[in-house]
Design a protein around this ligand. Structure first.
Ligand code: NAD
Length: 406
């Protein structure tokens, strides 16, 4: 392996690659050539099925995974006979025919791979969360700006029909000034049991960094407000270690012995204009009102709630307001379940996400999930590591290393 992961771009081998890149014709057969790094859950359940339905715009020509048999299996299902297999992503990035990289690895690998991919002159789709620290996110943004390429993060929930409907209402200011909101990411028992999700070193955090980012992304996007000034929160490590708590888990029992990340986290984010967001995230919590990838918005003209997640048979959008002397509720859509993994089919969020991403590259327009919104939200306690219990005072955003970046 050349150089440390994430620093390959500093080597001469890379400088030569970049120089030669400028002379290379970018697209082969008028299609975008795609390399996928990480061939696990989200690759198989969202990216590869969606991209395979867009074969008039792209080809999946390279598959990389440190577990080689996963890359081989992915090629067999989604690649053509010439598609290449890699176990070292640096080698994949050296292929001048590849235009676009999808980064689908555990969270802590996002930043080094994305930085190297931009240095190699590729467009990059990175899975959420963008990164687990603000400093890594900054490196990714700096590398992107230098590259002149396209960059997007995989928040496919923005493409759900009822989410689109609420976003349009917010754009038209139908809710008025949104001054209070709740970002919901609560599962009663939904601890992921595949991959490395409970591993702090490889994943960077638990439900806050995982499903919390989806809820926060939707909420901030609706509010069109990306200027936090302070945060205050509590992080709990209560159920992850308890054998008894594993009962009824959606994905089967997890191993309490190897569970390292928080099992729930709650925070208040204060924005520069005074608006306040309550953020709740749990993979395991003894509670009945469990919803995720959901938001509640309270505005001066009306309020709105999205209810979604594994306890809802249908995604719901309800707008509430005073009207004709009465308090009213409009149930605007019932459109089917949230598609975290079930994203590959035409019309589904994962397909819509891939379609607009490829079109943004082909037409040189901005991707829908732009990076201008790449801010850090929950600050760590100035005293150090996050622990069970409250942080006390509001921590100014930017005062310390952050818990995650969306
Ligand atoms: N958008 C969503 O709703 C959604 C849902 C699930 C996961 N995700 C995100 O997708 C990412 C991956 O999650 P997953 O569920 O697919 O996990 P996973 O463990 O199933 O898959 C990750 C794959 O990456 C491979 N890998 C690890 N390090 C690598 C490296 N250096 N080079 C190449 N391959 C490497 C692993 O071997 C594994 O096969 C995470 O960031 C996660 O947050 C997003």
């Amino acid at each position: 392996m050349d150089g440390k992961q994430g620093e390959f771009y500093k080597t001469n081998r890379y400088n030569n690659l970049i120089k030669s890149k400028k002379e290379v014709k970018i697209m082969k057969n008028g299609k975008l050539m795609i390399g996928l790094i990480g061939c696990g859950g989200i690759a198989n359940n969202k990216h590869m099925p969606a991209l395979s339905k867009l074969d008039e715009k792209c080809e999946m020509t390279a598959f990389c995974d440190i577990i080689e048999k996963r890359a081989v299996k992915a090629k067999e299902k989604y690649g053509d006979a010439d598609a290449k297999i890699y176990t070292d992503y640096h080698e994949l990035l050296e292929d001048p025919e590849i235009d676009v990289i999808h980064v689908l690895t555990p969270n802590v690998m996002h930043a080094p791979i994305v930085v190297d991919a931009f240095a190699a002159g590729k467009h990059v789709m990175c899975e959420k969360p963008m990164s687990h620290t603000a400093s890594d996110a900054k490196k990714m943004v700096d590398a992107w700006k230098k590259s002149g390429k396209k960059f997007t993060i995989g928040y496919q929930n923005r493409f759900r029909p009822e989410v689109q409907m609420l976003y349009n209402a917010c754009q038209k200011e139908e809710l008025g000034d949104i001054y209070f909101a709740k970002a919901h990411a609560i599962r009663r028992r939904g601890v992921p049991t595949w991959g490395v999700f409970p591993n702090k070193k490889l994943q960077g955090g638990g439900p806050l960094i995982d499903i919390g980012t989806h809820a926060l992304d939707l909420t901030l996007w609706m509010m069109d407000n990306y200027k936090p000034v302070s945060v205050n929160g509590s992080v709990f490590y209560k159920l992850g270690h308890l054998q008894q708590a594993t009962e009824g888990n959606k994905f089967g029992s997890w191993d309490p012995e190897t569970y390292e990340v928080e099992d729930s986290a709650f925070g208040m984010v204060k924005m520069e204009n005074g608006a306040t967001i309550y953020l709740e995230a749990a993979w395991a919590l003894n509670v009945l009102d469990a919803r995720e990838a959901s938001t509640t918005l309270c505005g001066t003209k009306a309020g709105a709630e999205i209810r979604s997640g594994m306890y809802y048979d249908n995604d719901e959008l309800i707008i509430n307001r005073g009207h004709n002397g009465r308090l009213t509720e409009e149930w605007l859509s019932k459109t089917g379940r949230v598609a975290y993994f079930d994203g590959g089919n035409r019309g589904e969020p994962g397909y819509e996400e891939a379609l607009q991403w490829l079109d943004a590259i082909l037409n040189d327009t901005e991707p829908y999930q732009g990076i201008s919104a790449g801010i850090s939200v929950l600050g760590k306690s100035g005293r150090g590591e996050t622990r069970t219990g409250a942080y006390g005072n509001h921590t100014p955003v930017g005062a310390g290393e952050t818990e995650y970046c969306i």
